[in-house]
Design a protein around this ligand. Structure first.
Ligand SMILES: [Zn+2]
Ligand SMILES: [Zn+2]
Length: 253
């Protein structure tokens, strides 16, 4: 399985217009973050988790040629806004692209991209196939996804485990029961916004505590705000098995 980090930032964390902070002015490519998304290649299939506002740019940058499905964590705009551009894959592959997510997520997609669901559709609009999921393992073309229900303030969000890989973004709470599903993963990617307390995202101290508790051998932090600090500086503060993720990072497992 190959995991490509397409984006590791947040809507607050990408270099902000006119922001003079050290991260936004940094010349280190690892400080330049698009909105969070991962590309999963496994068993000859190609999946993306979330299609944020930078989706098109991410598909081009990573040279994604085919997409078998998109799987959603939640309905916030930084995770869905780029969905319209999936039309390029419809055209290329000559098929509807299946979307997987909680019913609330798919309902929001139906509202926000209403033109893709009307009876008489304008030629060229994106074509989706909606697959509502609940908190139980589901199969996407032979690949098993295990949802992990986490809390993003008051919103239930799904993280996903695929084999030995677990991806959790937009969370500040994981119940004991859901933590059990993560245990045994070889790689965990975990939401870590900044050092200071935040209403709906894990902070660096909270993430390190959870990683420690779950006892995963390798963890990468994502959904990073410019407030967290420079990649090169923060990376040195982390334990040896924990790293800051960055756009373009590839993990083979
Ligand atoms: Zn969110
Ligand atoms: Zn987010």
């Amino acid at each position: 399985m190959r995991i490509t980090l397409l984006g590791t930032g947040t809507s607050q964390g990408i270099p902000v217009i006119a922001c003079d902070c050290a991260v936004c002015r940094s010349g280190d490519q690892r400080d330049k973050r698009l909105r969070v998304s991962v590309w999963i290649q496994t068993q000859g299939k190609s999946f993306v988790i979330d299609t944020g506002p930078d989706f098109r740019q991410q598909m081009l940058r990573a040279n994604v040629r085919d997409l078998d499905a998109a799987i959603f964590t939640h309905q916030h705009k930084d995770h869905t806004a780029g969905l319209d551009d999936i039309r390029a894959f419809n055209h290329r592959q000559q098929k509807d692209i299946p979307l997987y997510g909680r019913l609330e997520v798919l309902n929001q997609i139906r509202t926000e991209f209403a033109y893709a669901f009307t009876e008489k559709r304008y030629p060229g609009v994106p074509h989706f196939e909606l697959h509502p999921i609940e908190n139980q393992p589901f199969d996407v073309q032979g690949v098993t996804f295990i949802p992990i229900e986490v809390m993003h303030h008051k919103l239930a969000v799904y993280g996903y485990r695929v084999g030995d890989f677990t991806y959790i973004t937009d969370a500040n709470f994981v119940s004991e029961e859901e933590q059990e599903k993560i245990k045994g993963s070889k790689v965990l990617i975990l939401d870590t916004l900044q050092k200071e307390p935040h209403l709906s995202h894990f902070t660096l101290p909270q993430s390190l505590e959870l990683i420690d508790k779950l006892n995963v051998p390798q963890a990468y932090l994502t959904h990073i705000s410019h407030k967290l600090g420079l990649h090169a500086v923060i990376e040195k503060e982390l334990p040896p098995h924990v790293h800051l993720a960055y756009d373009g990072l590839v993990l083979d497992l």
